[in-house]
Design a protein around this ligand. Structure first.
Ligand SMILES: [Ca+2]
Ligand SMILES: [Ca+2]
Length: 208
């Protein structure tokens, strides 16, 4: 039967028995403490991110509220309550008037906006829903005034994205020269139309 070593050291000074187990337990506790510290640090970082997000949401709400106030006191426009992707709101003119790209874009600028620029099918669907509720013709700023068949947004001069839905048979540039160089929204899709119709228009106002 071997010698029982409880709390002692052997000849070479190494701990054995319970002493060794205590050392091991101490090491494990230290490791655990490090783990807890690491987890606490991560938790603090997560909390900081969440607090940042909350602050951002409050900022966003304040900006949206500010924009709504600006638009709601403008006699020419009303603003549907819908906010698009927390990125922009839209203002729609209240009454039909003879359309003019530059003049209407300037009206939008009075609210830090511009004639709406459709970026993709999702935005087209969103804005079309707002337009249909007016029961009027509703212009957007996109046009092919400069070059027939090349549709660009009025304010940014960017091209209209490919793949958007057009009303069947359009664009058709219908009528005598210059034909149809402006654009309206309809439930069936985009439609090119002459630039001087009596209609409404939509502004896009970025939130940030
Ligand atoms: Ca045209
Ligand atoms: Ca047309």
């Amino acid at each position: 039967m071997g010698k029982l070593c409880i709390i002692t050291e052997n000849a070479s000074g190494e701990c054995c028995g319970i002493s060794k187990q205590l050392d091991k337990a101490t090491e494990e506790i230290e490791l655990l403490e490090e783990g807890v510290e690491g987890a606490a640090k991560k938790l603090e970082e997560h909390i900081a991110v969440v607090l940042d997000s909350v602050e951002n949401i409050h900022d966003l709400e304040a900006r949206i509220k500010g924009l709504y106030t600006i638009v709601s006191i403008h006699p020419l426009f009303y603003v549907p309550s819908a906010v698009y992707k927390e990125e922009k709101i839209y203002a729609i003119s209240r009454r039909d008037a003879v359309f003019d790209l530059e003049k209407m874009n300037n009206k939008c600028k009075e609210m830090s906006g511009y004639l709406v620029e459709i970026d993709d099918a999702e935005e087209l669907k969103f804005v079309t829903k707002l337009a249909i509720l007016t029961r009027s013709l509703v212009y957007i700023g996109t046009n092919d005034v400069e070059e027939e068949g090349k549709y660009v947004h009025y304010n940014s001069k960017k091209s209209l994205p490919d793949g958007l839905k057009w009303k069947a048979g359009n664009p058709d540039n219908y009528g005598d020269d210059p034909g149809e160089d402006c654009m309206i929204l309809s439930g069936q899709g985009l439609n090119d139309i002459d630039c001087k119709r009596n209609a409404r228009f939509i502004c896009e106002i970025p939130i940030v």
